[in-house]
Design a protein around this ligand. Structure first.
Ligand SMILES: *Cc1c(COP(=O)(O)O)cnc(C)c1O
Length: 365
């Protein structure tokens, strides 16, 4: 019996067999065996991302934001001029990182829930930009951006493309090779369905070269996030510092399970759960606010302006043991999100809709 039902967009519900690994003793990790496990994890990440050959993966102990920071610091320097897609709080985080590290940047501000368009990019054609930062699924507003539009723009303008795919990884189709991304970021606590605390960055040949060049030129002013050092250690299946050993072991088990089922099947399963939810939510007084939905999450706004989205989150949590994902800041009262990732089934949707029906009866929504 679950204590609660979790429709947050991370951390998510973890499979029982994976949870159990977390209760086991931790093996010493500077060993042949653990190096093999890390090497296998690297190959599985590359396969799941459809990465081009000769790509590499570095594992960072830290949540997704740590890898966002590491990617920004290692790929860009003060000679760069970067475009940042800012459609929500994760886009704002990339923008903030550029500010902190003095990387010249322009934010492409998108309205809440809006897809990026040709018109949004057009003003920046041939304007001397060198890089592009995007959260391919802007989780805070649940917008999955147009892969092809971004890819074509970056190829045309020869931009170094860095993709935060944290909430899209294993939830939506993704092809790192087609996107020609030099760095792609993913993490443990979204569709991977593991504990938070581990994130990873895949680098293609160009990305690896850029990191090496920036290191040689003394641009990488960080110890923990020095990706050149991480790549070097990774060659022998190790990390420079103590990694999240248990999560890497859980990752290995989880990844091998998912790989056996097939990554496309996993994505299809998530799509089925999301589609089921979206069909049934039509009968409730909510509006889906995104123009382009990821399989990972559905953003909802109450139709009745007097109904607070945050209140719904609190009532579901306190009275029904159900977590949905609240929004913060200016969207606190108008937006909440329902996640479809992690160890969920359509039966779990039934439980959520039972609760929503009850809220209707109680005239709360
Ligand atoms: C979850 C998420 C992150 C990581 O956030 P953390 O709080 O550091 O785990 C980064 N980007 C996106 C798009 C996310 O959904």
């Amino acid at each position: 019996m679950k204590k609660f039902y979790n429709f947050a967009v991370g951390p998510v519900t973890i499979d029982e067999d994976i949870l159990k690994i977390g209760a086991e003793q931790i093996p010493y990790f500077r060993t042949e065996e653990f190096s093999c496990l890390i090497k296998e994890n690297e190959q599985l990440v590359l396969k799941a991302l459809n990465a081009p050959k000769n790509s590499r993966v570095v594992f960072i102990t830290g949540s997704g934001t740590a890898s966002m920071e590491a990617a920004v610091v290692n790929i860009f320097n003060f000679n760069d001029k970067v475009l940042v897609v800012k459609g929500g709080s994760f886009g704002a985080r990339f923008s903030q990182l550029c500010d902190i590290y003095n990387i010249s940047h322009t934010d492409i501000n998108l309205e809440m829930g809006h897809q990026i368009t040709e018109q949004d990019l057009q003003p920046f054609e041939n304007k001397g930009y060198t890089g592009f930062l995007v959260n391919i699924n802007e989780t805070s507003t649940g917008v999955l951006y147009n892969h092809k539009l971004i890819t074509d723009f970056c190829k045309r303008n020869k931009l170094k493309l860095v993709v935060d795919a944290i909430s899209s990884f294993l939830a939506d189709k993704f092809n790192m090779e087609e996107m020609n991304a030099c760095a792609v970021i993913a993490g443990s606590q979204k569709a991977m369905a593991l504990h938070p605390g581990l994130s990873f960055i895949a680098l293609n040949e160009q990305g690896i070269e850029i990191v090496k060049e920036n290191k040689k030129n003394g641009f990488i002013k960080t110890l923990y996030f020095d990706l050149e050092n991480a790549l070097l250690n990774g060659e022998r299946g190790q990390t420079p510092f103590t990694p999240a050993v248990s999560i890497l072991i859980q990752l290995n088990k989880q990844f091998n399970k998912l790989n056996k089922e097939g990554f496309d099947k996993i994505i299809e399963r998530t799509n089925n759960i999301a589609t089921d939810f979206r069909n049934r939510i039509k009968n409730f007084p909510f509006k889906i606010t995104s123009q382009s939905l990821s399989n990972a999450v559905t953003p909802l706004s109450p139709l009745d302006k007097n109904v607070s989205a945050h209140k719904i989150f609190e009532i579901l949590k306190d009275e029904y043991n159900i977590f949905v994902c609240p929004n913060g800041g200016e969207y606190k009262n108008i937006l909440f999100r329902v996640g479809h990732i992690g160890s969920l089934t359509i039966k779990d949707n039934d439980v959520l809709f039972e609760a929503l029906n009850d809220l209707l009866k109680r005239k709360i929504i």
